[in-house]
Each structure stands twice: as C-alpha cells, then as structure tokens.
Design a protein around this ligand. Sequence first.
Ligand code: ATP
Ligand code: MG
Length: 723
Amino acid sequence: MTITENLNQQQLMAVSYQPANLLVLAGAGSGKTKVLVSRIAYLIQNHRIGPANIMAVTFTNKAAREMRERLEKMLQFPVTSMWVGTFHGLAHRFLRAHWQEAGLSQHFQIIDSEDQFRIIKRLQKDLDLAEERWPIKQTQWFINNKKDQGIRPQHIQYGAHDIFDKTLTKVYELYTEYCKRNNVVDFAELLLRTHEVLRDNLSLLEHYQDRFKHILVDEFQDTNDIQYAFVKLICGRDNFLTAVGDDDQSIYGWRGAKIENIQKLTKDFKDTITIRLEQNYRSTKNILAASNAVIEKNSNRLGKKLWTDGETGGLITLYSAMNDIDEASFIVKSILHEIHDGASRNDIAILYRSNAQSRVLEEQLIQAGLPYRIYGGMRFFDRAEIKDALAYLRLLNNENDDAALERIINVPTRGVGNVTLNKIRDLAKANNLSLWQSAKQHISGNLLAARAHNSLQNFIELIENIKTETENLAIAEQIEHVLFRASLKEFYSKDKSDRGRMRLDNLNELVSAAREFDDNNDEASMSLFLAHAALESGDDGNSGDTECVQLMTLHSAKGLEFPIVFISGLEQGLFPHQLSMSEPDKLEEERRLCYVGMTRAMQKLYLTHAQLRRLHGNEQYRRPSCFLYDLPEELLDKRSGMSLFTTSTTYSQKQPESKATIPQNTSFENNKYSIGQLVEHATFGVGTILNFEGAGDNLRIQVNFKSCGTKLLAAAYAKLNPL
Ligand code: ATP
Ligand code: MG
C-alpha cells in the first residue's frame, strides 16, 4: 500500500502539501485523521523528515497507539523516536525529562481527580469552609479552570468584597503549596508546568523547537488555552503545524476548550493554508442528511459542505419508548436482530449522554446474554481495590504522598482509627510536615496511647520493610510482594461474594498489567508504571477475545466509527442536558454533541427516547429532545412501544415548546383513570398508572405497584379503584 493510494484530490493535497502551516477544516468522517497519519508518513518518506523530528497529538492514548501502528505498517519500519500521545501524555514525558527545570523532584507523581478532590476537601476543612456553602467540586473546577487558562493564584485579581474569588483563590494557593510539598502533580498542572518551563527557559525551548520541526494535532477544535499556547510556543519560526479539526464537533467547551482556537490559528501561525475536505466516507446518505439537518440549526458555524458517494442506506429508526426499560429492551431486541442479520457484536455501539443511563441497558444486555463492554467507563485503574494497591506502591515510591497514605493507613484494618489520623494531620499541619513525617514523630515522641502507638508503628515498619524487600525486584514482582505483605489479597478473599472474587481477579490482573508494561517499555520503572495508571484513560478497546457490544457516552465516542449506532435517551433535560438548555451557547454545544453521535454511524442509526424515565431515583415524564424535531420526516422510520400518544407523533416542523409529548389530556375511560394516578388493586395493593392501550373492553392498563412492580392489566377485570 502506498501512502497516497485511495486519497481524493483534496486529501492528497493536504497529505503532500510542502512543509507549511496547514489547517484541515472538515466535517465528520471526511478523512481528517486519515490525512493526519498519511501526512506524517509522507513527511518521513518523501521529505526525509526523521521520526524524531515529529510530534503528533491525539485525543486518546488508544488513538496514539493506533497511529503508531498504522505508521509502522505504512512505512515498514519502527517510528519509536517520534513523540505521539495526548497533550497530557506528552507533557508528562517532557516533565520527566526536565523535572529539575520544572522545580519538581525526580519521582513526582500524578494525582487523579479523585485524589485532588480529597486534598481540596481536607484543605477546606482546615480553613473551616462549610461544604454546603463551598462545594468541593466547585473549588476543584475553579482551580482546574484557572490552570487551563495558565493562571496561578498570584495572578488572580479580585475586589476587596469579592468573597467568592478571594476564598477560592486562598484554597488554590494552599493547594498549590500542598502539591509542591507532597511532590504531586494534577492533570491540569502537567500542561501548565510544561508551558511555563518552556516559556521561561529559552535554551530548552530552542532545543525543542529545533527538534520538533513538525507538529500535528488531531481534533484541534477541542484544545484549551494552555494547549494552544503550548503548540504556539513550540512552533517557533521555522516549525510547521498541521492542525485538523471540525468546529461542528467541539464538545469540550465546558472543560475549557476554545472553538475559537481554529480561527485564531490562521492569524497566529504564519501563512496558514486552509484545506477543506468535503467528501464523507463513513456514513450512508440518509445518516449524513439527518446529521446535517441537526447541525444546520447552529449559528456561528465556519460552514462546511459534506456529501457522500455512498449508498442511500436504510431509514433512521426513531423509537419512542414507553419508559427506559422499554427503551433498553427495544435496543437489545434490535441488536439481536442485527446480529441475526449478520452483524458482529463489535460493530454495534450504544451511546448515551449520561453514565447513569448505562445501568438499565446493562441489565437488559445481561438478560439477553449479550457480552458488552463499557468504553472509557470505570477505568480498571479506578477500581477501589486497584487504587488501594496503587496507593501502597505510591507510598513506597514517595513517602510524602499524603493522599496515598490516607487511603491505606487503615486498609486492611489495622487499628489506626480516625482519632489517630486526626492527630497525625494536626501535627502535620502545625509543623508543615507530610503525614508520613508526622506519623514518625508520633512514634519517636511517644505521642499516642499504647494501642494506637503499636498499630501505627506496625504500619510504619510494614512500609519500611516492604521497601527494603522489594528494592531490586521487577515491578510485577514488587506488586505481587506488596499484595502479599500488606495482606490485601487476604483482606479481599474474606469476601466470598461475586464481588469479592472479582476484586481478587482484578488484583491478579494488576500484576499482569505490570508484567505487560514491563515487556512493552524499555525503561519500565515503578514510577512510570504509576504514571501509566494515572494517565491511561481506560479506552484500550479490548476485553479478551470476546466480541462485545460497545457502550459509551457520546463524549467518549469522538473520533470513532461503528457500522451500527444507537443513541438513547434523546429527551429534553437529558440530551440536551438540563444544565445546558437555558443558555444558547451551551445548547449549541449539546447540538454538536448530537452531531458527533449521529456521525459515528456508518450503516445504521437508531435514535430512541423514553416517555417516562427513572433516573437518579426519580421517575419523570419526559419530552422528546428538541434535536429530534430537526430530522426530516422522510428519513425516519418511526416506531413506538405502548404509546402514550393517541395520535401518531410528528416530530418535524414543530417546535417542541409548542407541543407537549405527553398529551394534555392523559385521562381515559370517561376520565375514570389518568396517567400518573394512584389506584388500588385487591391483590397487588397501591400503584401508579403508567400507561394504557386499547379501549372499551380491550382497554389494558399498565400499573406500577409498590409491592410487585409493573403489571399490565385488563381494565375490565382488574377492578382498579382510583385513590
Ligand atoms: P471524525 O471527524 O469523526 O474524526 P475524520 O474526518 O477524522 O472523522 P476518518 O476517521 O479519518 O475521518 O475517516 C472516516 C472513515 O472514512 C474511515 O473509515 C476512513 O478509513 C475512511 N476514508 C477516509 N478517506 C477515504 C478515502 N479517500 N477512501 C476510502 N475511505 C476513506
Ligand atoms: Mg478523526
């Protein structure tokens, strides 16, 4: 296969364009990622650029691995010296090499957002800030948002009466000191620190500018301020940037991404050539037309035409479910149909707006015996037992890692209770010590009662002994030894349930993961393995050899494609999300997310919504998503479960605001019953009417009984008494 084979004219131009600043601005499925990879291969092969002179930025670790593999296949030689990764991964690599310049210690560690949350919580407690008034998540967001904009605490200006900024800036300041003292770095810090080091260290900057002649960035529309500034810094005078992106797919504004960076680029980077790709190779004509109809409603678009030579394809199935269970059951039945018609489970993805939606889907998939996998969901490295094991390793690696120490000082239970821990914290705070140092002072100074003293001493000795015992072991062996010495396996094996067994399996899997890491990395060390655990986003896409249906949020589906796609929960308040509905900018971002979701589909697209949904414990009637009203009628194959509608619904050409999904008059049988009404049944007791179908003698009523769940009853016989 040659590099330029199978490229259309515009793609070929983008791939083979002489070294220059290049912006490839194009819609979904037009081959942007393909162009990016091919351009790297072309630069290496035709312009004789060394792989070491190239840096490529991808959106996930998985995409980075795939990119390297595809390049090696195209070029037939290894490209190990090329830097490929996510912004975070690359920044970590940089800081590892330049920890001194960055003012870090050699073994600095990455903390994830859960650790960050814990730390902020503690700091706020020290400051006596009540959580109700100062929610931790809000502070966390404040800090990360400032970092994403390159702002340190000392740069924040606030008025004398601005209590909000003043207070949060104080926490930010203390948090910064804490991280420095404990030698830990959060995700946003990786980027900010890298940027600062390069900005303030001219010789280092020149070194990297000399080295990375070509920088290529995928999904450019989702870069934030600090990432943009980083790219700009490295691209000095004679470096070249290739950025590919789609303004219609910018979906991380809520996390600080700036869609405007695409336009800024053409001004900030000298003589930028813009190339547009217009042919879509991914989806059928119908899927593309429906997706275009949705995104067209947004304002302020850079404007792109997208067409396809592909087949017309089937209609888009729009299923109006009675409730979330009916929705999940429809999805699973349709999947079984598709598989019966020859699809493989791997070809199928179910997308949703909120993680909480997956539970009902999972239950139905399990019932149907369909293996599935949650992509980018709960990461392996985020499971409680794995985090416990990792906390031991972190503490062994860096005794001053307070978050790690807090996590495991009493796991497994060893008699170091909260009272002792509070004493340790207080002394640490008073004397500016790490928890470990404070714990040791408690022992040497005999500051605790006998029992607590002994328990704490045992803990300290345990850590110190393990440290000596594992000194020269490979990482997998180190982990195995820790699991044994810290009695973690023993602790979890006491739980004889499935969950306990799963946890033991996971701990064993951790050893395998370390072994694999060791095999794949020339300079594997414990601290690199821990960084890997923190940065790996859980998107590796394989789960043994079993073919699986893929479940994921719409956000994690970015850049991917599947022959068959289901988008579930298209309801007002869920998608578009409740918090985004009232602000036009946010609603536009939700609409882009819908466009991203729809354009993942190659051959078949199913859209579903439920009229009643239980989410976070509440059952609510829901209106169809406003996005559904943008779909042209002629593209839709509309189906419904037991419908709440008396007449068939028309989605198109009607504003959702003017038309409630739930008919205004939901009563039936001469107003004897109505949906939502409480009724009593002689055997089943009290329940709520969910739905009805048929009429007269054939009237059947669906009731959700408190005692036994949902039943469908013939009204003529059920003798329901309205309450
Ligand atoms: P997204 O915006 O979703 O990230 P993209 O623009 O990056 O999409 P790719 O993922 O690169 O698009 O390509 C979409 C699909 O089209 C892929 O399966 C790719 O292999 C295929 N494709 C791209 N260009 C061509 C071409 N010239 N001929 C045949 N197939 C192509
Ligand atoms: Mg892409």
